[in-house]
Design a binder for this molecule. Sequence first.
Ligand code: AMP
Ligand code: MG
Length: 323
Amino acid sequence: MGATFDAAMDQVAAAAVALRAGQLVAFPTETVYGLGADATNDRAVAAIFAAKDRPRFNPLIAHVASLEAAFALGVFADDARALARAFWPGPLTLVVPRAADCPVSLLASAGLPSLAIRVPAHPLALALLKAVDRPVAAPSANPSGRISPTTAEHVRQGLGDRVAVILDGGATTVGLESTVVSFMGAKATLLRPGGLPREEIEDRLGIRLGMNEDAEDHPHSPGQLPSHYAPQAPLRLNADVPHDGETYIGFGRFGGGAFTLSASGDLAEAAANLFRLLHLADAAGRPIAVAPVPQFGLGEAINDRLARAAAPRGPDHDPRANR
Ligand code: AMP
Ligand code: MG
């Protein structure tokens, strides 16, 4: 264990040097693997967009190692602070006004007056962020519009030639991107369902979160584009049984084959397996059908990702155009 730990820490140190030199580093978090760059370096941040082929108007999340570091980057109202204290480190991203002296590249927040910030709950991510000692801008480490990576191997396949270092922390535990809550308006708003169930946030705040109404007109959230997280194969939702020739992804009492999100109907297990099974099913090269998943707790984010993976991708909805 000691030798393994030391080797991992050597890797972290090398990754921190690469980040400080303006290079890209892929690293595990509890949600999905991130494609990181020094958030204070415009050119490094630009390299993320280039590597992912992502449209510039999509802002990135700044990752930091501690609440103190987060509070220095943005203006946190009491409610935002309460969520930070309750759920960080964890799968929650808070969008707040940039602090006056915020050192994060404007490119990382796509020129918006706001900044998305998160403290991830993963030992390698935290070790890396501490070693870099700067905010790290990181979207998911996949080509834009494609399935998010939950293993280092997914990153290698999608972006292997674009990154200086890939830190391997095994399969991610949450498996869904972070829940994004904005404090830019009068009312806290859910911009993207994710790895922290909405109900837990609402319980903590004692209010219902607002919903982002105009996501399609103002796609400042890649996770809100109609077609996203897309496998190559077509995807059919709410399928009780597979049709001939389909690869079936089961859940609970539906299915039970090799590709099952959770045989016991556990939503956390299903979230952790979602992107891995989409990758595997996609590799089988046949159309994919997915069992119904209930719409509460983590089911809200799972169904959101599935709906986007299944969205039409004609000329007007080509996922490669929706980067
Ligand atoms: P990803 O990096 O793929 O996990 O996506 C980043 C997510 O963070 C997007 O879906 C947005 O919802 C959100 N986000 C990042 N920065 C901002 C911002 N300044 N304002 C609003 N949303 C943001
Ligand atoms: Mg992403």
